[in-house]
Design a protein around this ligand. Structure first.
Ligand SMILES: C[S@@+](CC[C@H](N)C(=O)[O-])C[C@H]1O[C@@H](n2cnc3c(N)ncnc32)[C@H](O)[C@@H]1O
Length: 302
């Protein structure tokens, strides 16, 4: 069942003017990151900038076709449809280092442009999950026209009820509140899974990188491995044991202990010892293995 999520009074404005990320943000709950597209007030409709988007590059075909013309700002189940500008699509997929072995899943895929670009320009297998069946059908036709129907598929469904644990890269353009609702699911994905969000953050889970283009901003995260527990370290001839806690990608450490700082990026870890020395390594099962050092998890957390 489709649910109208926009305040009715706002809908005519959104349908008449192309909504920006800033306007989408205003429709969300609590914006957490400054949006470089933010404008002090909604400009008069006559001055609203046109949304620039195309599936096939500047001057190329627009998103809709003879069978279905989507309207920027049309209601969606949990968020309206606004396409990500081409420049940011490219920057998001480049930042996530998408490659042919990846499975890219766009959550709320609209006209399919992100999944299609991932397949066409980066050689990945890609899938879009979209609630609106007309958009799903349009995205399939767009993939056909782009020559990537075999690599970019589209599934009608609710992103909160559809399995996407096979993804190695997640893309999304939703709302701050929806990102937060997805956060636990995303954190349970395979360590190293890359996540890119257009415009909206993930609360206290700090992005690894901010992606800026002239038109829009995105954020990039890497699902961290879980390091929580008690570890026995062997660094050269030294031996010490310490507890490691974790808040997203940041390792939390006992004050005054042998390690001062720690950070996880997928399966890669970096520690700074109390003496300033850096330890870099990788999680392999229950061991952290680096050059000249190793640590073994002797007790999992809790
Ligand atoms: C802001 S648009 C982004 C479209 C596309 N990802 C892009 O960046 O160009 C959000 C899309 O999510 C869809 N959507 C909203 N709630 C959804 C839900 N619960 N499950 C699946 N799709 C949803 C909307 O129909 C819309 O097409």
């Amino acid at each position: 069942m489709r649910r109208q999520t926009l305040p009715l009074l706002l809908l005519p404005l959104l349908l008449a003017a192309a909504p920006t990320a800033a306007q989408m943000k205003m429709l969300g709950t609590t914006p957490e990151m400054p949006d470089p597209l933010a404008i002090p007030a909604v400009p008069p409709i006559a001055e609203a900038p046109p949304v620039r988007y195309s599936l096939f590059g500047p001057g190329g075909a627009q998103s809709g076709d003879a069978q279905f013309q989507p309207e920027v700002g049309q209601a969606g189940k949990d968020v309206i449809w606004v396409p990500t500008p081409d420049s940011l699509v490219k920057a998001m997929l480049t930042t996530a280092e998408v490659k042919p072995t990846d499975i890219v899943v766009d959550l709320g895929s609209g006209d399919g442009k992100i999944a299609i670009a991932a397949a066409r320009d980066f050689g990945a297998r890609a899938r879009g999950i979209e609630f609106n069946p007309d958009m799903v059908a349009l995205a399939r036709r767009n993939a056909q026209r782009a020559g990537v129907a075999g690599k970019a598929s589209f599934q009608q469904g609710d992103i909160f009820e559809t399995d996407f644990t096979d993804a190695t890269v997640i893309t999304m353009y939703l709302l701050p509140s929806l990102n937060l609702k997805l956060r636990d699911t995303l954190l349970k994905m395979k360590p190293g899974t890359r996540i890119v969000s257009h415009a909206f953050s993930m609360g206290e889970w700090e992005p690894e990188r901010t992606i800026s283009t002239d038109e829009a901003t995105g954020y990039y995260w890497i699902v961290p491995a879980n390091l929580a527990g008690r570890w026995a370290f062997e660094v050269g001839s030294e031996r010490f044991a310490t507890e490691l806690g974790q808040q997203f990608q940041m390792v939390t450490l006992p004050r005054g202990g042998p390690l001062k700082e720690g950070r996880v990026r997928g399966l890669s870890v970096t520690f700074t010892r109390a003496n300033g020395e850096q330890l870099q390594g990788e999680l392999r099962g229950n061991q952290l293995v680096g050059n000249g050092w190793v640590a073994t998890r002797i007790k999992p957390a809790g």
